[in-house]
Design a protein around this ligand. Structure first.
Ligand SMILES: Nc1nc2c(ncn2[C@@H]2O[C@H](COP(=O)(O)OP(=O)(O)OP(=O)(O)O)[C@@H](O)[C@H]2O)c(=O)[nH]1
Length: 380
């Protein structure tokens, strides 16, 4: 089992348990009355107990809140308390004949507050936490909960859908893209110092080589002493060609040469390293723009480390504003138990997370799949 993000995982389980027991308390309070009044019929094969998914989806269209204005956008507005209320007749019908009750906003207020705190403590950005809480609320409020059905599943499905929705921004498959695009495909990697750009380039070089493609790496980090040698060592170990100039040389010239080399030799992929920089460093940002002019990339990938949490999310947003990234790689997830950056980056930038770095080995790179990630968060 995948052990990273354990802290986030335990917080989500805590929320699920808390809200489930709160709902169960309500069910217990209601049940004697319902049992006493209800016709003595158990659900039969013609009235099957809905699955958790069906229950969540059977939100309240049938049990439309009574005497509430509906906004132009179609969402239900509430004048006073902000909570959805359900008419006596609907409640009575649900309770007596169907042995169900309806979840109301009041039932969820405290657990949802706890959920928001737990998400923030897990380094999930504020706007993302709010979006998740809102989604969970919208899915659960008004759910007709059949007494005796599994509350935990209903809550888990709502959480999974909320997290999946914020993570699955503009998903695209880098392997497929590279396979189908005109060659050479040029990818530039950007980010701040020491987050794992060079290592990620090495990992991707191996990945593409293993897929039968030819790769050249461009030593565009001419700024940091030792960066060229570091990339050269990786290139040598993996068995791919490196194009390099002197330290302090012009990165745009190195990367241009790498592309010319690729064109002349039918190389499939050019992966360009760049010096780590803050988006606030005007000279280095101008240099990056020059690289993009002289040797236009097909894709720009932002690299940052999961352990940086909200700082990584901020930087992703800032780099995206400066040069319009196509996606991100989140490294060092093997050292991060919080998981917030992974959830936030795609939502904040509107660009997908493409890979997770999960260690220092060349194969420690996992293609990011939001569904897999969400399933891991709730795996036993
Ligand atoms: N545990 C772990 N370490 C990683 C991962 N990715 C990179 N590292 C380590 O992080 C350190 C920095 O990685 P680099 O690839 O040199 O980072 P960089 O962004 O190229 O740094 P600059 O060249 O300074 O811009 C190295 O020691 C890597 O081995 C990862 O997914 N997990």
């Amino acid at each position: 089992m995948y052990h990273v993000f354990n802290k986030l995982k335990s917080k989500l389980t805590g929320f699920k348990d808390k809200i489930s027991s709160k709902i169960d308390e309500k069910a217990v309070a209601i049940e004697p009355e319902a049992v006493a009044d209800a016709p003595q019929e158990e659900p039969t094969s013609s009235t099957p107990v809905p699955s958790a998914q069906e229950t969540v989806e059977s939100k309240v269209e049938e049990a439309v809140p009574v005497s509430e204005p509906v906004s132009e956008a179609g969402s239900v507005k509430n004048e006073s308390s902000g909570a959805k209320k359900f008419g006596f007749a609907q409640k009575a019908k649900a309770l007596v004949f169907e042995r169900e009750f309806i979840l109301e906003e009041d039932d969820l207020e405290e657990p949802l507050w706890d959920l928001e705190m737990a998400l923030l403590e897990s380094d999930i950005a504020l706007s993302v936490s709010e979006a998740i809480v809102e989604s969970v609320k919208n899915q659960l409020v008004g759910t007709r909960r059949r007494i005796g059905s599994n509350t935990g599943n209903i809550v888990e499905d709502a959480l999974k859908k909320a997290i999946y929705d914020v993570m699955s921004a503009n998903v695209f498959d880098l392997d497929d893209y590279v396979k189908d695009a005109d060659k050479p495909v040029h990818i530039v990697f950007i980010g701040i110092n020491g987050t794992g750009k060079t290592t990620s380039i090495a990992k991707l070089s191996k990945r593409f080589k293993d897929q039968g493609m030819s790769v050249v790496v461009a030593a565009g980090d001419t700024f940091r002493a030792g960066a060229i040698d570091q990339l050269a060592i990786h290139a040598d170990k993996i068995g791919v060609k490196i194009i390099k100039h002197q330290e302090q040389g012009d990165p745009a010239a190195v990367i241009y040469d790498a592309i010319q080399h690729a064109k002349a030799n039918n190389v499939d992929v050019v992966l360009s390293d760049t010096a780590g920089r803050m988006h606030t460093n005007i000279n280095l940002m101008e240099q990056l723009k020059k690289v993009c002019r002289v040797a236009p990339p097909d894709l720009i990938i932002f690299v940052d480390e999961a352990v940086a949490g909200n700082d990584a999310v901020e930087r992703a947003a800032q780099f995206n504003d400066a040069v319009a990234i196509n996606g991100s790689i989140l490294t060092k997830t093997d050292a991060d138990s919080k998981g917030g950056a992974a959830i936030s980056i795609a939502y904040i930038t509107g660009k997908p997370i493409l890979f997770l770095g999960m260690g220092q080995g060349y194969d420690d790179l996992r293609k990011f799949d939001p569904k897999w990630f969400v399933d891991q968060l709730f795996a036993e």
